[in-house]
Design a protein around this ligand. Structure first.
Ligand SMILES: Nc1nc2c(ncn2[C@@H]2O[C@H](COP(=O)(O)OP(=O)(O)OP(=O)(O)O)[C@@H](O)[C@H]2O)c(=O)[nH]1
Ligand SMILES: [Zn+2]
Length: 199
């Protein structure tokens, strides 16, 4: 399986160039780029695209390492319903949904907010849902070195809703399990807890 990608490869500044490319695209689709409502649109679109892909410049390992604390707790920790917004790499259209993540500490716990931050680092790139799932899974596994880690993502893809097959209600679920979550009882406990309203 491919490891999560190193950040150095993507350390690029492209704002002006992206803005000019958006101008050309707007022009090519038949719009008047000098129309009042559109004059600032290439700038806005460039900023939005850079925001939505800022994950290339962020370091998920560093984020996790910044808040790891020694602790003896070795039961399951679950952070569920973490909302995520990403861009599919095939159409550059959004896919969005929720991530449910669990880990079993192995001497260290991590600051809870760091888990959703890691989700965002990998979501704010051009992705497929499967790779996003594994990027998050491998990063937590390699950095925190827990006894186990589990990631489930449920998402809707705009490229299947607004265009193409045009299915409005389909949800794609992907999952990955490492360590103790490879055991069926542990995995089932996690799946039961994320589907319960009480957790
Ligand atoms: N496995 C996977 N596929 C995705 C994801 N996001 C989008 N896709 C799919 O990527 C595929 C690209 O297929 P192509 O046939 O090259 O593209 P297309 O002609 O635009 O396909 P349609 O969407 O079927 O119109 C489509 O089936 C999309 O549904 C994702 O996260 N994971
Ligand atoms: Zn797509």
């Amino acid at each position: 399986m491919a490891p999560y990608r190193k950040l150095e490869e993507y350390n690029i500044e492209i704002t002006d160039e992206v803005r000019e490319r958006y101008s050309s695209i707007i022009n090519e689709i038949g719009e008047d780029i000098s129309r009042e409502g559109l004059t600032k649109t290439p700038e806005r679109a460039a900023k939005a695209m850079l925001f939505l892909t800022q994950g290339y410049k962020q370091d998920a390992v560093k984020i996790l390492k910044s808040a790891m604390f020694k602790e003896d707790y070795d039961d399951m920790v679950i952070i569920k319903d973490i909302e995520l917004y990403s861009l599919c790499e095939h159409h550059m259209l959004p896919f969005f949904g929720k991530a449910h993540i669990a880990y079993i500490p192995n001497g260290h716990i991590v600051g809870l907010s760091k888990i959703p931050r890691v989700v965002d680092v990998f979501a704010r790139r051009l992705q497929v849902q499967e790779r996003l799932t594994h990027d998050i899974l491998e990063c937590i596994n390699d950095t925190l070195k827990p006894k186990g880690v589990a990631v489930v993502i449920e998402a809707s893809h705009m490229c299947m809703m607004m265009r193409g097959v045009q299915k409005q209600n389909s949800v794609t679920t992907t999952s990955g399990f490492r360590g103790q979550f490879e055991k069926i009882e542990t995995r089932n406990e996690f799946l039961k807890l994320i589907s319960s309203d009480l957790s």
